[in-house]
Design a protein around this ligand. Sequence first.
Ligand code: FMN
Length: 387
Amino acid sequence: MGCSSNNATAPAPAIAPGAQRLDPAEIARRTRIDPRIESLAPGFDAPFFQAGLAGYSDAAMRIIARRLGCPYCVTEALLDRTLLAGGRGFAKADLGELHENVPGGVEDHPLAGQIMGSDPDEMASAAARMIERNPPADRGFAAIDVNLACPVKKIKAKARGGHWLREPAGAVAILRAVRDAVPPAVPVTVKMRRGSDDSARAERDFMTIFDAAYEIGCAWVTVHGRTVEQKYVGPSRWSFLRDLVRRRPDRLIFGSGDVWSAADIFRMIGYTGVAAVSVARGCIGDPWVFRQARDLMAGRAPAAPTLAEQRRVLEEHFRLAVAVNGERRAGLMMRKFGIRFAARHPDADAVRQRFIAVRTIEDWRAVLDAHYPRAGSAEPAPALATP
Ligand SMILES: Cc1cc2nc3c(=O)[nH]c(=O)nc-3n(C[C@H](O)[C@H](O)[C@H](O)COP(=O)(O)O)c2cc1C
């Protein structure tokens, strides 16, 4: 199940007293990308990106996001030992937690490869191998992102992902090993949660790892405002991100958690001062969030996708998913995505039920034919843009 969790909460506001009073359109108009980001990852030209999302953010989802304005993507967390074993084979040996994740060629760039594991040497070798096989010069990985955030339980009593937050010395050893193993020109970045839990000790451990990351030479840290204990339940604490940015104003800090719309991207920037925002569950089934974010930055009203456009994107996503995963797996993926895309349809509940009932690719196409007109044909009013 990777880093996912089926107890994820429905969209809810973050802990950010006063953020609802901010004007996202006004913040968007005056927001520019921090020039340090573009110099570290050329092409990362807007202050938002698509998060790593295990089971979703494969090359097909990433390319769809990019075509709609997403400037930067992160792969799902890839296990170090799986990478060292060379591919799919290891998935079975590790509780099936790896999903194959393919860099999608020239269009899928810039892309961070995210790694996760339990041993500094294995993490370092895996990171070095990723860059050797897919060097930035060949439009491979533009950065290596180290996952210290995944809440999935420990494997054989060994820490990995977010469980490192309770073991700061081990977390720092991993960051140092990976930074040393990756060529200096390639940024190493970190994904962390705001702590393992709500204790004072957890906050101290967070700060130890966070500060060490930059001292070691990591380029930025993306902080998810939930604790590991919280998994995906309950609100993300944007007030933690705001305080962190105030305490460390010179650091490049990115934010994650409870970003459900283009407006939320700029609310988070306005409220916390982070340099870029990770869009995660908010873009599953809504890749238009990236176009809408660019609209807001250009001073335009965010355009909602028409049903014909939703159909075009679903079909395009399907074609890419077949190319990346083969037809059988693409069918499973597109059922999952269809269920999420349905939220943009004026008849959302009915369309969602139809996607849930899909068993074959033919069923999937039948839902499209029944509910999504082709371009040029008459259609009902589009779903409203997300707030
Ligand atoms: C299904 C699912 C899979 C995820 N997989 C990853 C992952 O592989 N790597 C990662 O850094 N974060 C992963 N995350 C965490 C998200 O990137 C993000 O930090 C989190 O969902 C909080 O943002 P949100 O509340 O806006 O969704 C995952 C989250 C979900 C719901």
